[in-house]
Design a protein around this ligand. Structure first.
Ligand code: AVJ
Ligand code: FE
Length: 440
């Protein structure tokens, strides 16, 4: 995978081609496994029909690579508004005159063929969109992000299972300390050097934090069940005012996809109903639920700065690294990424992926809710368009960190920031908790 040392254009071209292929193979896997009727249906008002994502992937690729980088004319200007995410909210998309599945596939395929011609002829330098292949990297990440979105649609879909994957590895060693101390001091948050980092990850800046304790692993289903059993969903003491109002209005009683049968918690996972595994990170909780659990536990959610320091700071060299384990691109020994598995790995897994402070599973498994609102870093500059990040800045969105089992390595790093409304829980979201270290 790309790092800041990849400067040879021939190497960069091969790497981009491989990432484009990998994204398209994944897209095909998510859309070829169901009948056309399931591609055009809306499985949840929260999501687009799968066929919308498919053509939107092609349309964004045409817009950024063929038109903006390559200077080509629009292929089908009349379809642009259909696939502009800001023109039509998701709930409306099934009623639009969308390209049917065969035409959506053919369009994305035709765009891709022309993109490979463009890539072969591109110097991959000499313009901001071209340097280090940035626009190609942005489009690769965009497709992978929509692949995660489509996997969420698969999770919301009812009916028999169509996706399969082997289970993730078990946690190899004995009980770990519940939390680790991160000593007080400054660290570098964000990046100026990660070639394909998006605008909201920039610029690098120093942040000084007081000492804090952070959970060694994400919160498990077993721990979360104690919160439920202790009446956590019935006690407004643990909830913010908005969180409690939402809990009541939405009738929340457990994570999304959970059901109770004969004293046992079950969950539906990609079409299979199974007992909730106690040792896995809790999944499909809203920010409000995560925040309430933390308060019940006498703790709080970490800020995103606390999350990033634990994930990136090397206290010996006093520098920030790309990943918890170092600068090396993620391998299967480091993290549960890329939809290799269709579930998070048991808590305490991936010892090779731990951070210098001993924190595990920061990358992969579950997106981790943080206490932080989504805002621009000091010195933020829109790049290359304000609709990626800036239009979402503000207190309505909470930041999630670290990526889930559904995130591709190319779209995940220690600086990567995701965001969503605090009510959302169809996403692959979990959390870990923190507390202040006593002064002195
Ligand atoms: C960064 C995951 C919040 O899916 O809404 C996709 C990514 N932006 N197309 C989203 C994105 C434009 C975005 N998230
Ligand atoms: Fe998009």
């Amino acid at each position: 995978m790309l790092n800041a040392d990849t400067t040879d254009p021939a190497v960069l071209r091969e790497l981009i081609a491989a990432e484009l292929e990998a994204a398209r193979t994944r897209t095909a896997g998510l859309t070829d496994c169901v009948e056309d009727g399931e591609l055009t249906a809306q499985h949840s008002p929260l999501m687009s029909p799968l066929v919308w994502d498919l053509a939107h992937i092609g349309n964004q690729e045409e817009l950024w690579l063929l038109r903006n980088v390559g200077g080509r004319d629009p292929m089908h200007p009349e379809i642009d508004p259909l696939y502009d995410a800001f023109e039509h909210p998701r709930a409306e998309r099934p009623s639009l005159p969308l390209l049917p599945p065969d035409q959506a596939r053919a369009y994305a395929h035709e765009v891709r063929g022309r993109v490979f011609d463009l890539l072969a002829a591109s110097p991959l330098e000499g313009a901001p969109l071209l340097d280090a292949g940035f626009a190609f990297g942005m489009i690769v990440q965009h497709e992978q992000q929509h692949d995660e979105t489509m996997l969420i649609t698969h999770q919301l879909r009812t009916g028999p299972a169509v996706l399969t994957a082997p289970p993730p590895p078990p946690a190899p060693d004995g009980p770990l300390p519940a939390e680790v101390l991160i000593p007080a001091g400054p660290f570098t948050m964000g990046t100026d050097t990660e070639p394909w980092a998006l605008d909201n990850e920039r610029p690098a800046h120093r942040v000084d934090l007081p000492a804090y304790w952070l959970d060694t692993t994400p919160v498990s289903n077993a721990a979360y069940q104690e919160f439920i059993a202790d009446g956590g969903y019935r006690d407004p003491r643990w909830w913010t005012a908005e969180g409690w109002a939402h809990r009541q209005r939405a009738g929340l009683e457990a994570p999304l996809f959970w059901s109770r049968e004969g004293g046992q918690w079950l969950r539906r996972r990609f079409g299979t109903v199974e007992p909730v595994p106690g040792d896995e990170p809790v999944l499909h909780v809203s920010w409000y639920e995560a925040d309430a659990y933390a308060r019940w536990a006498g703790r709080r959610l970490p800020t995103e700065a606390e999350w990033e320091k634990a994930a990136r700071h090397d206290p010996v060299a006093d520098r920030s690294r790309r990943y918890p384990w170092g600068d090396e691109s993620p391998g299967p020994e480091h993290a549960n990424l890329g939809q290799r598995h269709l579930r998070p790995a048991p808590v305490g897994g991936y010892p090779a992926g731990r951070s210098p402070y001993g924190v595990r599973q920061l990358i992969g498994d579950v997106w981790e809710w943080t206490a932080s609102d989504f805002t621009g870093y000091p010195g933020f500059r829109v790049w290359p368009y304000k609709e990626y990040s800036e239009v979402f800045f503000g207190p309505e969105y909470k930041v999630l960190r670290g990526g889930s089992f559904a995130v591709a390595p190319v779209a995940c790093r220690g600086t990567f920031r995701n965001w969503d409304y605090p009510v959302r829980r169809q996403i692959f979201s979990g959390f870990r908790t923190a507390r202040d270290a006593e002064a002195g």
